[in-house]
Design a protein around this ligand. Structure first.
Ligand code: ZN
Length: 139
């Protein structure tokens, strides 16, 4: 059993930004030289997340609406009162979304559906530089 890891860097544009990172994950797995195993994709930070959906304009919009409905940006949050912050909703959305996703692979090929992209979700209220760790284990 071997392990390798890679760090991917992204600049986001703030809440509602979704970035398709599938190709970068594919490249990281390919470069690792590991042919059979799985990759854990982990976003570093408490106001961003990793998820999967069909990466197209309509659905990106639907996802933004979904999070807005579920965790409105306009509500008063204790976090904001405590810290003089304005990103209470960002933390809650990130917590709901989760920060990691794992995908198995064989012969270096990820077991992903054609319309199943790996997506970095930004929930914070401002632009951020994000690190995504791809931890690869296998042989
Ligand atoms: Zn905060």
């Amino acid at each position: 059993m071997r392990t390798k890891n890679a760090t991917l860097n992204y600049s986001t544009r703030g809440a509602g930004d979704f970035i398709d990172i599938t190709e970068d994950v594919r490249n990281a797995v390919s470069k690792s030289g590991i042919r059979e195993g799985f990759a854990l994709i982990f976003a570093v930070g408490s106001t961003c997340g990793i998820t999967t959906f069909e990466y197209e304009g309509g659905l990106k919009s639907d996802m933004r609406n979904f999070y807005e409905k579920l965790v409105p940006s306009s509500s008063g949050y204790e976090h904001d009162r405590t810290w003089g912050d304005a990103n209470g909703f960002s933390h809650i959305r990130a917590s709901l979304c989760g920060q990691s996703f794992s995908v198995p692979f064989s012969r270096g090929e990820l077991f992903l559906g054609t319309w199943q992209q790996i997506v970095l979700a930004e929930f914070d209220i401002r632009k951020r530089n994000r690190k995504v760790v791809v931890y690869i284990q296998g042989e």
